[in-house]
Design a binder for this molecule. Structure first.
Ligand SMILES: Cc1cc2nc3c(=O)[nH]c(=O)nc-3n(C[C@H](O)[C@H](O)[C@H](O)COP(=O)(O)OP(=O)(O)OC[C@H]3O[C@@H](n4cnc5c(N)ncnc54)[C@H](O)[C@@H]3O)c2cc1C
Length: 333
């Protein structure tokens, strides 16, 4: 049986950030992921300045596609808002692989199915043993399913459903567009350019509200595709969007049971206004590592529930000063 002090299930941003910090603190850890990296990950790939800061990312040295936006274009039914801000786009296919390599932890391709306790240890699939276990396996994380689900069920009304497609495209408009509540969508759709001729188009909304409206995400997708064509943003493209579902932040989710920790999408940490989950995943991974290595408390109180504070956002659109994040920016790790 393979043993490690810490086993991290999932090598996405939550898992690799946790391993990165554990390794720096001299803790032996192993990452298990069911996919071999680089792997596709459905995601618009928008990252905030807090992500860059938490990951100590030297953007000049980052070897893959990285594009910065000094403004975002928020479109509403009767107008728009152009907050000055500094946000970035990456491709998750590249970014996650780079983070995983950088963390320096051993990684094994293995789909975790069963987890049981054996004294103070955790046994995974009768093949792996550890003293500390970190669940960073996204929405369908087996650590969540096996150990946390009963004690901390996810609220259905916090579930979002998405459709998206990322592809090489010779775009003409290199700004980032976001359309809110279009055609009654309980969510928003996006056009996110990447550096060097890639683009990500997507749409997301709350599942229960779509049901209440008697509509579905595919209908909204069709509308989005027509709009992009009409606005000449993406023309003549053969659409083959793929879907994924995850949860935004609800009431304080359970984050630790004994020596098992849960982080990122597995804990349902994406922000409730924008469903931005990379930042919360990174930060929760780093916090879990500190809790394991240094005995600091593990909770999500320092992880922002919102991506934007509406008042600040409005001011940054009206006044000549960039948007500065509120709660998230004040966090310390
Ligand atoms: C369409 C879409 C667009 C999005 N856009 C953005 C955005 O622009 N910005 C943003 O901040 N957030 C965005 N998000 C949310 C963001 O993608 C997630 O919140 C983020 O990826 C969470 O990171 P994570 O590490 O928790 O999980 P993941 O990135 O999902 O990583 C989980 C890993 O666990 C592995 N795994 C799963 N099950 C097992 C198992 N049984 N055994 C072993 N390994 C397993 C998976 O293979 C995967 O590699 C978007 C999400 C979607 C669906």
């Amino acid at each position: 049986m393979r043993s490690a002090d810490v086993i991290i299930v999932g090598g996405g941003p939550a898992g690799s950030s946790c391993a990165w910090r554990l390794r720096r603190l001299g803790v032996d850890c192993l990452i298990l992921d069911k996919e071999t990296f680089p792997r596709p990950k459905l995601c618009a790939g928008w990252i905030t300045p807090e992500v860059v800061q938490d990951l100590e990312l030297d953007t000049g040295d980052y070897p893959h596609r990285f594009l910065s936006f000094k403004k975002l274009l928020f479109h509403f039914r009767y107008g728009g808002l152009r907050p000055r801000t500094l946000q970035h786009s990456i491709r998750r296919y590249e970014f996650d692989d780079w983070l995983l390599r950088r963390c320096g932890a051993p990684v094994e391709t293995h789909e975790v199915r069963s987890i049981r306790k054996d004294g103070d240890d955790y046994i995974l699939d009768e093949q792996y043993r550890c003293r500390y276990l970190v669940g960073a396996g996204g929405t369908r994380c087996p650590v969540y399913r096996n150990l946390f689900r009963t004690a901390s069920p996810r609220a259905r009304k916090k579930q979002v459903v998405t459709l998206e497609q990322e592809f090489p495209y010779d775009y003409r408009d290199e700004r980032c567009h976001l359309w809110f509540f279009d055609q009654g969508l309980p969510g928003y759709s996006w056009y996110v350019p990447k550096a060097d001729g890639y683009i990500n188009i997507g749409i997301g909304g709350f599942v229960t509200r779509l049901r209440q409206q008697g509509t579905d995400i595919k209908t909204h997708w069709d509308h989005l595709a027509q709009k992009l064509e009409r606005k000449k943003l993406v023309q003549g493209h053969h659409w083959e969007p793929k879907g994924y579902s995850y949860y935004v932040r609800g009431k304080q989710p359970l984050c630790r049971i004994d020596n098992a920790f849960i982080s990122g999408d597995a804990a349902g940490l994406a922000t409730k206004d924008m469903a931005e989950g990379i930042g919360p995943a990174v930060r929760s991974g780093l916090l879990a590592a500190a809790a394991i290595a240094q005995g600091t408390p593990y909770d999500f109180s320092s992880i922002g529930r919102r991506s934007f504070e509406p008042r600040q956002l409005l001011l940054s659109a009206l006044l000549p000063r960039p948007y500065r994040p509120g709660k998230q920016g004040k966090n310390t790790l």
